[in-house]
Ligand binder design. Structure first.
Ligand code: NMX
Ligand code: MLT
Length: 441
């Protein structure tokens, strides 16, 4: 069965579960809210539903119930590669089923029919000052595609119907996932390769074609596949996924929604941390002036950052309380890659891994002193020659499109409501604090 038909069946089978929960069990209490959560970024409040991924604080992410190693092991591999194609992962995220090789081939072929980016998108990006941040370019590129939104056209057709609205979200979502690496490659070539553009290779899967389009090596094809899959989804409360969900909940189409999500990803506490990590490392290397990194000089650099009131980029997490398994997956990739495991930058990242958790624990602020995904990703890009670290968040954004687009397709399939939490005033909090939090009226 084709992906969209499978998805249709899954959504229709799932709907009664959601209806039953709201109609029969809608008033069952699953959480409570405290003043520190209210002021402190809604941390840990259970108020979002997704079945696409789940983040356990100790274990880390599971995609559709599978850990990262289980996901990589289960999915069919790209030809001649130890890694799955991004297309097979897209099928898996959307449906929860591991696709057959034939189903993957269908998705790869479908992406080919969708990946042509209209010239006006490139023109819009070219019209920006060349020193604009590449995340601005990516967000503009996605937004520029909006005029062709199938969801917006369906909404405006006068035939809008909630039961089938997800189908046009799926169409836009798949277009975005197929086109975003093409836009990302265009930005890379425009900004860093003197506008030397490379045409799509219609024989290659998404990750391999991205490598080809930025003029990269054969080995980088697996880096791209791994990178996009690892960065895809982190349940739905993170800033980029939540923003995308929130904006789409107003029935703004997937282009508006993901452009907004990307703007959230561009924050230094979120996706931009990967560029901050490389910046921090480069600054530190400069100070070393050729000397070897040691536990002592890394400790000092970490304290200098903390004493200057800055965060150590790549460390800490709002939910995780252990080393991020996405960090470990990338570290294992480095350790298994001859050359990379002896690379001076990897050795420095490994030394920071040995040192930072102790320093952060002694500093005593962060609830999680362990590395997150961003602490390890830049060194791989650098090793393969993608050295322009202000571009790293764009790579994150290409991967994150998979999770955000799968999520909003299901949001529409299950008819999730416009998001609208209730706000309160400081005086109300003060009154409830004085009353011991009992009279919530
Ligand atoms: N370095 C220094 N201080 C930190 C760090 C860190 N890496 N992480 C948290 N803290 C501080 C934090 O700023 C806060 O201080 P204050 O009370 O003065 O406001 C305190 O520790 C408590 O914060 P937490 O509750 O542990 O963390 P929170 O949930 O608020 O924030 C992050 C989570 C990820 C925003 C935070 O750990 C951070 O800023 N990390 C560095 C940036 C980073 O790597 N972000 C990438 C996250 C992953 N991603 O890709 O999105
Ligand atoms: C993410 O991948 O979105 C980050 O780890 C941040 C988060 O989960 O809050």
């Amino acid at each position: 069965m084709a992906l969209k038909d499978t998805l249709k069946q899954k959504i229709e089978e799932h709907r009664p579960r959601t209806t039953k929960l709201t109609k029969e069990f809608g008033k069952v209490i699953i959480d409570q809210v405290t003043i520190d959560q209210c002021i402190g970024g809604a941390r840990d409040i259970r108020s979002l539903v997704t079945d696409i991924s789940y983040l356990d604080p100790q274990e880390g992410i599971r995609f559709r119930g599978k850990t990262i190693p289980e996901t990589f092991a289960a999915l069919p591999k790209a030809p001649g590669s130890a890694y799955p194609t991004v297309e097979s992962f897209w099928y898996f995220l959307l449906t929860g089923d591991v696709p057959t090789a034939a189903q993957v081939a269908e998705v790869v072929a479908e992406f080919k029919t969708r990946q042509e980016v209209p010239q006006y998108v490139f023109d819009a990006i070219r019209a920006l000052p060349r020193d604009s941040h590449p995340m601005v370019m990516l967000s503009v590129g996605i937004l520029a595609l909006q005029k062709d939104s199938k969801f917006a056209a369906f909404y405006n057709s006068g035939k809008f119907n909630k039961m089938v609205a997800w189908e046009s979200v799926y169409e836009d979502a798949t277009d975005i996932v197929a086109r975003i690496p093409i836009i990302a490659a265009f930005i890379y070539n425009l900004k860093y390769r003197g506008d030397k553009q490379i045409a799509i290779d219609p024989t290659l899967d998404m990750g391999a074609n991205f490598a080809h389009m930025i003029g990269q090596s054969e080995q980088y094809k697996d880096v791209a596949r791994m990178y996009f899959i690892l960065h895809s989804d982190h349940e739905s409360g993170n800033v980029s996924a939540h923003t995308t969900h929130l904006v789409h909940s107003a029935l703004s189409d997937p282009y508006y929604a993901y452009s907004a999500g990307l703007n959230g990803l561009a924050g230094p506490l979120h996706g931009l941390a990967n560029q901050e990590v490389l910046g921090w490392i480069m600054e530190f290397q400069k100070k070393l002036a050729g000397a070897e990194p040691t536990k002592e000089n890394v400790t000092k650099a970490l304290w200098d950052t903390l004493n200057a009131g800055q965060v150590v980029p790549g460390y800490g997490h709002a939910v995780l309380r252990k080393t991020d398994p996405r960090y470990m997956a990338q570290r294992e990739f480095c350790l298994a890659t001859p050359g990379l495991k002896d690379d001076p930058l990897f050795k420095l990242v490994a030394m920071i891994f040995e040192t930072a958790p102790g320093v952060l624990t002694e500093h005593g602020k962060t609830k999680n002193p362990w590395p997150n995904v961003d602490a390890q990703s830049g060194v791989i890009q650098w090793y393969y020659g993608v050295k322009e670290w202000d571009y790293y968040t764009v790579l994150f954004g290409v991967g994150r499109a998979l999770g955000c687009m799968a999520n909003i397709t299901w949001d529409r399939g299950l008819g999730y409501a416009i998001e609208r939490p209730k706000s309160v005033t400081t005086a109300m909090l003060e009154k409830w604090a004085a009353d011991g939090g009992r009279q919530l009226s």
